[in-house]
Design a protein around this ligand. Structure first.
Ligand code: OAD
Length: 323
């Protein structure tokens, strides 16, 4: 097989510019199956389908597996709605989709966000207390803060945005990862089964000796021994305090880096790893749903300004999800 003479980026650029002449010229060098590129990576396969003189599809196979990547190639400055209008939705619902949710998705359910004017972190002490170093010094005050938040969130119910994402989980044909920074459990109450909780969950407690996570059903944290290790080491809330590492963040980083469509819903993007996720999604069309401009808005291709409970169901319908 001939060696690939040109880097992928030239081809992508040519496709983006709809430069048929250049694509055809590049194809002469790159069209063979099982090409090896200049860095020796195997099985890079380009196939361009030309319909009525236009570039209609770019297929890339890596490691032998065929992937459609027209989404990232064709959206450019376009909105997803425009692309779907031109292309239909049939291929799209097989793409790799990554969704990050934050406090804004639960605003309509009556849970204040963290950084809004009447937000949970607006109390001068809250941010200072919700830290690992404070937990080491004054365990009781951190637990009291959790008890307060737990009470606030207890009776809350999911809204249309959570339900739309639960429907998405049932119906999406491609790789999908929805991750949440929220500790309110509303994705699960809406029926989602596979939403990693980067910051843990207020309805769970964790044994500090063996790490076993169980439901936190009592009002305060009880001192009963752990049912797994039987030790009397106290339990703690299964949440992430400032200064502690997020849960399952490696999975989130990997999925964000690999996705083709990235959607951030109702997050200010100010807390790790959220702010780094969008920056990793280099190959994706990136959409932000938020009522306001955020500090990371500039990193998105498309901004949908509006409330999550209205905009998320609309976007899911656009993606072919039946709600
Ligand atoms: P923030 O309070 O920082 O941001 C909430 C975002 O939601 C803001 O950008 C709002 O503009 C937006 N918003 C508000 N209402 C909305 C609505 N109805 N529809 C859409 N967007 C809306 O909350 P997060 O970004 O989630 O961490 O905060 C991240 C983390 O910071 C939290 O998980 C928490 C906090 O410290 C821990 O507790 C470890």
């Amino acid at each position: 097989m001939p060696k690939t003479k040109r880097p992928e980026s030239l081809m992508i650029q040519a496709v983006k510019n709809n430069d048929l002449k250049k694509v055809t010229a590049l194809l002469k060098h790159t069209t063979s199956v099982n090409d090896t590129d200049r860095d020796g990576r195997t099985a890079l396969w380009w196939a361009i389908h030309l319909k009525s003189g236009e570039i209609s599809e770019l297929l890339v196979a890596n490691g032998g597996e065929l992937e459609r990547s027209w989404l990232q190639i064709e959206t450019g400055q376009n909105t997803l709605a425009e692309v779907i209008k031109n292309r239909g939705v049939s291929d799209l619902n097989r793409c790799k989709l990554f969704i990050l949710t934050g406090a804004g998705i639960s605003a309509e359910s009556g849970i204040p966000t963290f950084r809004s004017p009447n937000g949970l972190w607006n109390h001068p002490d809250s941010q200072r207390i919700a830290t690992h170093s404070h937990f080491v010094k004054s365990r009781k005050s951190v637990i009291n803060l959790h008890v307060k938040l737990k009470k606030l969130m207890k009776e809350k119910v999911p809204n249309q945005a959570h339900f739309a994402l639960a429907a998405l989980e049932q119906q999406w044909l491609g790789d999908l990862l929805v991750v949440t920074q929220n500790v309110d459990n509303l994705h699960f109450k809406a029926g989602s089964l596979k939403v990693p909780k980067l910051h843990g969950c207020l309805s769970e407690k964790r044994c500090e000796a063996c790490g076993r996570v169980s439901q936190w059903t009592t009002e305060d944290l009880d001192s009963a021994p752990c049912s797994k290790c039987m030790r009397s080491t106290p339990h703690r809330p299964n949440t992430v305090l400032f200064g502690e590492e997020s849960h399952q963040h490696e999975m989130a980083l990997r999925a964000a880096a690999e996705c083709e469509l990235f959607i951030a819903i109702g997050t200010s993007g100010m807390v790790a790893p959220a702010f780094s996720l969008v920056g990793l999604a280099n190959n994706a069309h990136k959409i932000e749903i938020n009522t306001e401009e955020t500090e990371v808005s500039g990193l998105f291709d498309e901004k949908i300004q509006g409330q999550a409970h209205i905009e998320v169901p609309k976007l899911m319908k656009l993606l072919g999800v039946r709600i």
